[in-house]
Design a protein around this ligand. Structure first.
Ligand code: HEC
Length: 246
């Protein structure tokens, strides 16, 4: 039995050493070393030119980009641009384009206003390129915003710029007629959170009522006194900053 085992181990060892030997020719097959001469080619060089039309690995995907809007300027395109601008750009540039978006308010470097003279005169293509390649500390949005949306955003930015610099003379007669008339007699109003506008005198009245409840409450229960005092001071003292529940 042990003789059979010995034979088996011997055979296995033989097979393994044979297969190991088999590896040798694979590692050593005919090939050119870098820049080695190659008499098979007319120019005697092993380094061949890349095939015509070869694209480098890090080349931009689009080889030629139009300088002008490559699609018709429609309301739909601008609305798409607005939606994508609000999603991707407004966190920094703000929906208005003035550059004080939420991330900037939390410490990210402040972008320039899109309404400065240089950017107002920049060609449409500039906005497309900034989205594609990034600009300074702003990183590229090429992987999130496809080319069609880049044009839509670029077009929307120019509409946004126009919105801040529209001149009265540029409006048609009908558009001028639609402008709200300046009304100097309008009364000052304050708005409660999400609610209808509320005239100011109402606020002190509510504060006074709360104060009265507070004084009456103090006779019965001092915690009631504290609670109503809080309500009174919030409504009366800070009514302009605290959103009121009515
Ligand atoms: C995370 C913040 C951030 C977001 C999001 C962002 N930007 Fe910017 N952007 C910047 C900053 C910061 C600069 C200024 C970069 C600099 O000058 O180094 C800038 C600069 C720019 C400029 C001015 C380039 C110039 O010529 O001065 C344009 C145009 C612009 N961004 C467009 C966009 C658009 C379009 C989007 C949305 C697709 C976008 N940005 C999203 C932060 C952002």
């Amino acid at each position: 039995m042990s003789r059979l085992m010995g034979l088996a181990i011997l055979t296995l060892g033989l097979v393994m050493s044979l297969t190991a030997c088999d590896q040798e020719p694979m590692a050593n097959q005919p090939k050119y070393e870098t820049y080695e001469a190659a008499p098979e080619w007319p120019d005697n060089q092993s380094a061949r030119d890349p095939v015509a039309g070869t694209v480098p690995r890090d080349a931009p995907v689009e080889l030629s980009v139009s300088d002008t809007l490559p699609m018709p300027l429609t309301r739909e395109l601008l609305e798409r641009g607005q939606a994508q601008f609000n999603i991707y750009c407004s966190p920094c540039h703000a929906r208005t384009g003035y550059g004080n978006g939420m991330i900037v308010q939390r410490g990210f470097p402040s972008p320039p206003s899109l309404h400065n003279d240089r950017l107002r005169n920049a060609p449409l293509r500039h906005f497309y390129d900034v989205i594609t390649d990034g600009y300074g500390v702003m990183y590229s949005y090429a992987d999130r915003v496809p080319p069609h949306d880049r044009w839509a955003i670029a077009a929307y930015i120019q509409a946004l710029q126009l919105s801040q610099y529209a001149r009265f003379e540029d409006l048609t007669k009908e558009q001028r007629a639609k402008l709200p008339q300046q009304d100097s007699t309008a009364t000052e109003t304050t708005t409660s959170a999400g609610g209808p506008p509320m005239t100011r005198p109402l606020v002190p009245i509510i504060g006074l009522v709360a104060l009265a409840i507070c004084v009456i409450g103090a006779f019965y229960d001092w915690t009631a006194f504290l609670r109503s005092w809080l309500v009174a001071s919030l409504t009366w003292g800070r009514c302009r900053w605290v959103p009121l529940p009515y």
